[in-house]
Design a binder for this molecule. Structure first.
Ligand code: FHN
Length: 592
């Protein structure tokens, strides 16, 4: 009962009919076995699987459809635990095939798999002696799918891990989160941990062979010492098993960002980290959710995360029969085919030394720099700023050498054509490794590309202005995170972008921003190349974290650049008022 007050406040904050989405604080790496982290750092790509009773419902309860993340339906509908538990009577995944799932992950080029052993609904998808609310005792299936899955995944050469919701349990009177059935003031979280959570975690660590990691989620009810004690329990049974930062209290071996979040900046000495996305918008199987990311989108996502030095864990939500979504199987295979050819530019790499370019991104491995080319410049010349003294450049897919020239400020590499429809990779052997570029490096702008984006994360801010990740959702729980320049309320609050405009000409300048209707019609100024361009803001939508946020694109100028060179572009409100807008991107589109 000691932490009842803390936990009650926590629950109130978190579960007032919706879930909050914020990144857990995570300070440092606590594993006493740092060598065990190497596999994780090198892996880069993993499969997340959300599977539970929610797959049986698929987002529908009592004739009502719940759009959004399906695994939260019980909470959203305030479905009594006893009624919800009846889903188990129907849950019969007769088409589940552990080897097939392992093969899908392997063929996708994934190096680890993490599956929900127990999600917030409280149902154990494994054989547990701790509670009868489990797949063996409560369903017609009567088998433990985790046993063959753990074996098949390891046999396929991948690491295997469990997701375990350690605090939220809507089935149990003492579990976190369910206050529609159980009196919040009578909950005893310590008892919950002692009688269900910790014993089940120990079962998972004892009965399923070597685990690569335990992926804890949504901490609560434990202070730092108690969280450390939980970690110690894990380490006692499996010393090499990694622990996610969502174990809470700033602990854990690797950091997980928010759902669907890519960090804007990552410190070069940051520990291992993971970005987590779901293939469509729901984590659990949802009948209505067909918003699957295309192979191109997944490859770009994986490349983006790798270029920042992290891992991507991508979720799939199998249905109640044990089938993975058709589009997941199909599109992940395409990703795997790309990785088969270009994997050396992803696996085992560290963050790209060169900051993002209009043509794409970079990753690094020792003295090799990989250029991931998404957009081919019209003239085929890839300018890599800050790079000097290279030995060779060649296409990764067929090893054919590419011509290159040292030019002022960098290297030009000639790319005759884009050979890959998703991401053409060039491997560069560096004689000298340049220093890691930061977001402060000037942004290359060129008329060789259809458009040039100056994203908020590259803005240097002054006054009260700052760059902040704005979180919002479309449906319930499908979080979006968009870094924006915020708090520009007075002329001194500005956002400045440093650019390197490599080709003279006319550029159309378009601002992309979100502005609530009541704050619209404020005047702003954009200065570029000695000219001051004025504009008035347009109304979009109000900002509420649980609603869609409307970003508007407003063209405010054509700027003529007479000579190539470095230019600053800065934006600020003309008068003191409310926030001018949340600025996402400034687009510079060459006019032919
Ligand atoms: O509430 C869960 C959600 O259902 C899902 O499991 C995600 C995956 O990261 N974690 C929680 C929200 O952050």
């Amino acid at each position: 009962m000691k932490y009842l007050f803390f936990a009650a406040v926590f629950s109130l904050l978190l579960f007032n009919d919706c879930i909050a989405q914020e990144t857990e604080r995570w300070d440092k790496t606590v594993s006493e076995h740092p060598n065990t982290q190497q596999w994780f750092k090198d892996a880069k790509f993993g499969m997340f699987i959300h599977w539970g009773l929610f797959a049986e419902a698929g987002g529908t309860w009592d004739g009502k459809n719940y759009y959004g993340i399906s695994e939260w339906m019980m909470n959203r509908g305030k479905i009594p635990a006893a009624d919800y538990a009846k889903l188990a009577k129907k849950f019969n995944p007769t088409q589940f095939n552990a080897k097939e799932w392992a093969q899908v992950a392997k063929n996708a080029g994934m190096k680890y798999m993490v599956i929900t052993a127990k999600h917030h609904e409280g149902f154990a998808m494994f054989d547990t002696k701790v509670s009868d609310f489990n797949i063996v005792k409560a369903t017609p299936y009567q088998k433990d799918p985790m046993k063959p899955l753990a074996e098949a995944v390891r046999a396929a050469g991948l690491k295997f891990g469990f997701y375990y919701s350690q605090f939220l349990d809507w089935h149990e009177p003492n579990g976190g989160g369910n206050k529609w059935d159980f009196d919040e003031t009578k909950k005893d979280y310590q008892t919950y941990y002692r009688t269900k959570s910790i014993p089940q975690i120990k079962e998972l660590l004892s009965n399923y062979g070597p685990l690569g990691l335990v992926w804890f989620d949504m901490p609560g009810g434990l202070n730092k010492d108690e969280t450390q004690a939980l970690i110690n329990d894990v380490r006692k049974i499996q010393p090499g098993c990694l622990i996610s930062s969502r174990v809470g209290n700033g602990l854990g071996d690797f950091k997980d960002y928010g759902d669907g979040e890519i960090p804007a900046t990552v410190a070069p000495n940051a520990g291992p980290w993971e970005a987590l996305f779901t293939h469509n918008d729901s984590w659990g199987y949802s009948k209505f959710d067909y918003n699957f990311k295309t192979p191109n989108e997944i490859i770009r996502l994986l490349t983006t995360v790798s270029s920042k030095g992290g891992n991507l864990i991508l979720n799939v939500g199998p249905d109640s029969l044990g089938r993975m979504p058709e589009y997941s199987v199909k599109y992940l295979l395409k990703v795997g085919q790309w990785l088969k050819i270009n994997g050396e530019a992803i696996y085992g790499t560290t963050a790209g030394l060169i900051s993002p370019q209009p043509w794409g991104l970079t990753t690094t491995k020792g003295n090799k720099l990989y250029l991931h080319v998404f957009e081919r410049p019209k003239n085929g010349v890839i300018f890599v700023p800050g790079l000097h003294k290279i030995k060779q450049a060649q296409l990764v897919c067929n090893k054919s050498p590419l011509q290159f020239h040292e030019v002022s400020g960098g290297i030009n590499i000639i790319l005759p054509k884009l050979v890959d429809q998703y991401n053409t990779v060039i491997a560069v052997d560096m004689a000298v490794r340049p220093a890691q570029q930061t977001n402060a490096a000037p942004l290359v702008v060129s008329n060789q590309y259809q458009n040039n984006a100056l994203d908020a994360i590259y803005a240097k801010t002054s006054g009260k202005a700052s760059v902040k990740s704005i979180t919002y959702s479309h449906y319930f729980g499908d979080w979006k995170h968009v870094p924006c320049v915020v708090n520009m309320e007075a002329p001194a609050d500005s956002a400045t972008f440093y650019t390197n405009i490599t080709s003279p000409g006319d550029y159309k300048v378009t601002l992309e921003y979100a502005c609530p209707p009541v704050q619209a019609k404020q005047e702003g100024s954009m200065k570029l190349n000695g000219k001051d361009y004025r504009f008035e803001t347009l109304p979009g939508s109000d900002y509420e974290s649980h609603k869609p946020l409307l970003f508007i694109k407003q063209t405010i100028a054509i700027a003529t650049i007479k000579a190539a060179g470095e230019y600053t572009l800065s934006i600020h409100p003309l008068h003191t008022g409310t926030e001018l807008f949340k600025l996402k991107t400034v687009w510079l589109e060459p006019v032919d």
